[in-house]
Design a binder for this molecule. Structure first.
Ligand SMILES: C[S@@+](CC[C@H](N)C(=O)[O-])C[C@H]1O[C@@H](n2cnc3c(N)ncnc32)[C@H](O)[C@@H]1O
Length: 367
């Protein structure tokens, strides 16, 4: 995986929203021109498609095609140690879903969609394509009917522990997750760095900051800032190359720990990005209370998370992923954040939407 400096400019929110709205309209139109059962049939293929994407991402087929140009199923199978017939059928199914295209009779080539599966490119989603098709996650989805019947996290029902405990022990899953999370966070980072007046902050703690992508980007944009990266020790182990690539290693202290036990004190602002949505209200409240305990009145908590304002496919499916694979997490409306903030000792401050159905939501610690 290549690691790049994160300093880029943010895409205009209005342009992103327009493109997403246009795509939604076209997808609806595509459903409207065929009988309903054909549209349903396509949607029923969601689970197989998750697995097909997992297969090609895991085998790094997109990297091979990028490196060598269009390849046949036999050539791809020889380079990956796979069964040529099965791999060829996987590739043909993906071509039918507009991932890859045919080049001549028997070669497979990139198209705009499959290029988003090339390792290390800006805008890639390869890591998540591998991660979301891992067998333990598919087993969690299979428990969703039981969750609908009785509530509770499907992952917990399938595996008897939460996804973070599993990832702490599974190196393949953790590597794919860190790569995927860092790649999508890299795309969001310029919008976050631009959406909040970080010039008002001196020392920023990133709570559940993962491999440090957001903190690195914010510090790269704001040279006066110092940072504390707080996460589980296995996650922090992934941070040094990313901090180094952004030239911010000497301004970041990595602190291992659990946000359910404590959050480090001594910073004047706290950032928490796409963490609260992984947890139900009790968990999210505990994390917020521990942030508040580390803070003085008037200090700022900067929450970056999904904001459930309109039911887009992205946020609706993230909400269901919370139920199925995260520890009974959920997406929240502004009123939900206000309620949790108030219980934990914050009042809501500035709220700035950013692309991807997310927002930067400020909480001000009250006395
Ligand atoms: C969805 S990821 C977000 C990572 C990062 N904030 C980002 O947006 O790129 C959630 C993070 O929460 C961390 N996490 C989970 N449980 C934790 C705990 N008990 N204490 C500290 N961090 C935890 C995970 O290791 C992971 O890095």
């Amino acid at each position: 995986m290549s690691i790049r400096p994160a300093r880029r400019s943010a895409p205009p929110l209005a342009v992103v929203r327009l493109a997403v709205a246009l795509r939604r309209l076209l997808l609806r139109a595509a459903d409207a021109v065929v009988p309903g059962y054909l549209a349903v049939y396509d949607k029923m293929m969601g689970a197989p498609t998750t697995v097909l994407l997992h297969v090609v991402a895991r085998l790094r087929i997109p990297d091979l095609i990028e490196e060598h140009g269009p390849l046949t199923a036999d050539e791809l199978a020889a380079r990956t140690g796979s069964d040529a017939d099965a791999l060829g059928r996987v590739m043909r199914a993906l071509v039918s879903s507009n991932v890859f295209q045919r080049a001549g009779d028997d070669r497979f080539a990139h198209n705009g969609v499959s290029r988003a599966l090339i390792t290390g490119r800006f805008g890639t989603i390869r890591g998540f394509a591998e991660f979301f098709g891992l067998p333990p996650l598919l087993r969690a989805w299979a428990e969703l009917p039981q969750t609908v019947a009785r509530g509770g996290s499907a992952f917990g029902r399938a595996h008897g522990r939460d996804i973070w405990a599993w990832m702490g022990e599974d190196d393949v899953a953790r590597a794919a997750f860190v790569e995927g999370m860092s790649d999508i966070t890299e795309q969001a980072a310029p919008s976050i760095a631009a959406a909040y007046p970080f010039n008002e902050v001196r020392r920023l703690c990133d709570v559940g900051g993962g491999s440090g992508m957001v903190l690195a980007a914010v510090l790269a944009w704001h040279p006066h800032l110092e940072g504390v990266l707080y996460d589980a020790p296995e996650m922090l182990a992934e941070a040094p190359p990313r901090l180094a690539a952004n030239g911010v290693s000497d301004r970041v202290e990595c602190v291992p720990g659990s946000f359910f036990e404590r959050v480090p004190s001594g910073c004047d602002a706290y950032l928490i990005k796409t963490v609260l949505h992984n947890w139900p209200d009790e968990g999210a409240l505990k994390i917020l209370e521990n942030c508040r305990a580390a803070m003085r009145p008037g200090q700022r908590l900067i929450v970056v998370d999904f904001l459930y304002e309109r039911p887009s496919t992205l946020i609706s499916y993230m909400d269901i992923a919370g139920l199925a694979i995260f520890a009974d997490g959920r997406e929240r409306r502004r009123a939900d954040f206000e309620r949790l903030f108030q219980k934990a000792g914050f009042r809501i401050g500035r709220v700035r939407p950013i692309p991807g159905d997310q927002a930067v939501i400020e909480g001000v610690a009250v006395a």
